[in-house]
Ligand binder design. Structure first.
Ligand SMILES: *Cc1c(COP(=O)(O)O)cnc(C)c1O
Length: 387
């Protein structure tokens, strides 16, 4: 019997010696919470996006960032916020934190991003905002969505948890004409700080509100209070804010992860292309490509079983697991989750595209620490699993 290969996890972070050294430096510096490293990470993030008119604000998760974004836009009871059913619950739960109502819509089957026509059909006099998700790292149809939002006076908050770096119309997500964009640095995202996120906006009033609300509603933050030249113990609480600041320990990781973001994207794109080539003759719908000249961050590699494939999706995942390969499903649509289903009295028939994708899709491992041989191994196992 051939020696068994080690289990290939679904996702792994790519932490280098320089990332670790920066964390150690932070630990030895005496400043472990939000401070100079976080300032640097924020400045570097704005520089990465390449638009100095942007304000980047580090937070301890994208979920926190989405919450702060909607709060800053004044979303509250009586408002409706439209988003895609084909996402993680974090995208929608933040709307409920604020007492507003979530309106879920179906996806465009070509991209698995929010269907802009479905958004238009869901608009009511109560609609306040739309949250598109750049699913798997491919940009949603932002030109159409932003035009629709402008026509109806709606706010747009981009859930860019998958989208670093992703482009739309040749511009990086984060620099588009939405109100606020939120990135995630969760462990399995394209860059990681363990837990963390970044909120980006061009609007100074929104930025001010988010800065205050991310730290207890205090009008100055810890760095200013304890590090300024003139001793200043005075601060004012102007709202019941949150505890959403990012630590310098996490930002130390972020500084170095961000420097590698382009290289990471290139490697992910390379691995995705290897998968495409190795799987081209199988009865699968391969992931959609970015249009010519655009960047796909390749956070996820999501396959769909072609119509007519007899092997159930769950069996494929079980067979891959038995072959030592971790897989996942992105996502169990929100309309099937008990809370969202029961609250909205939602039926799968209302979301035919998402439902169909859910029943036939699975995500393969895709991360920078994978080798070309890992891709070949997954492809061989998948070929066998479909036989
Ligand atoms: C990961 C993720 C989030 C939440 O990010 P956290 O940083 O873990 O809070 C939100 N939306 C989508 C689409 C995600 O994949």
């Amino acid at each position: 019997m051939a020696a068994e290969l080690p289990f290939l996890p679904f996702a792994l972070p790519d932490i280098g010696d320089e990332d670790i050294a920066e964390v150690v430096d932070t630990l030895k510096s005496g400043w472990v919470t939000t401070g100079p490293k976080t300032r640097r990470f924020e400045a570097d993030f704005t520089a990465f996006l390449g638009d100095p008119s942007l304000q980047s604000m580090a937070v301890n998760s994208a979920t926190a960032g989405l919450h702060l974004a909607l709060e800053a836009l004044g979303v509250g009871p009586g408002d409706e916020v439209i988003t895609t059913t084909h996402t993680f619950t974090a995208t929608a739960e933040v709307v409920r934190y604020l007492g507003a109502d979530v309106v879920l819509v179906d996806v465009d089957p070509a991209t698995l991003c929010i269907d802009v026509a479905a958004v238009e059909a869901a608009i009511t006099p109560r609609t306040k905002a739309v949250i598109p998700v750049h699913y798997a790292g491919l940009a949603a149809d932002m030109p159409a969505l932003l035009a629709l939002a402008r026509r109806h006076g709606l706010k747009v908050v981009e859930d860019a948890a998958h989208a670093l770096p992703t482009t739309s119309g040749g511009r990086l997500v984060g620099t588009l004409d939405s109100d606020i964009t939120v990135f995630s640095f969760y462990a399995n995202k394209t860059i990681t700080t363990g837990e963390g996120g970044m909120v980006v906006t061009r609007d100074p009033a929104i930025a001010k509100r988010i800065q205050v609300m991310r730290l207890h509603g205090i009008s100055r933050d810890a760095f200013d209070r304890f590090q300024s030249k003139t001793p200043s113990w005075y601060y004012e609480v102007i709202a019941p804010g949150f505890k959403y600041n990012l630590t310098d320990i996490a930002s130390a990781l972020g500084i170095h992860q961000l420097r590698k973001a382009r290289r990471f994207q290139e490697r992910r794109a390379e691995l995705a292309a290897l998968y495409d080539a190795a799987l081209a003759d199988l009865p699968l719908v391969l992931p959609p490509k970015a249009p010519e000249g655009e960047t796909h961050s390749w956070h996820l590699y999501v396959l769909r079983l072609a119509d007519g494939v007899a092997v159930p999706r769950d069996t494929v995942i079980e067979r891959l697991f038995a072959a030592g390969i971790g897989c996942s499903v992105h996502y169990i649509p929100l309309h099937l989750q008990p809370y969202w289903r029961d609250r909205g009295n939602l039926k799968p028939e209302q979301f035919p595209q998402s439902q169909h994708v859910y029943e036939r899709s699975f995500s393969l491992p895709l991360y920078t620490r994978m080798t070309d041989a890992d891709v070949a191994r997954v492809a061989t196992a998948l070929r066998a699993a479909l036989a």
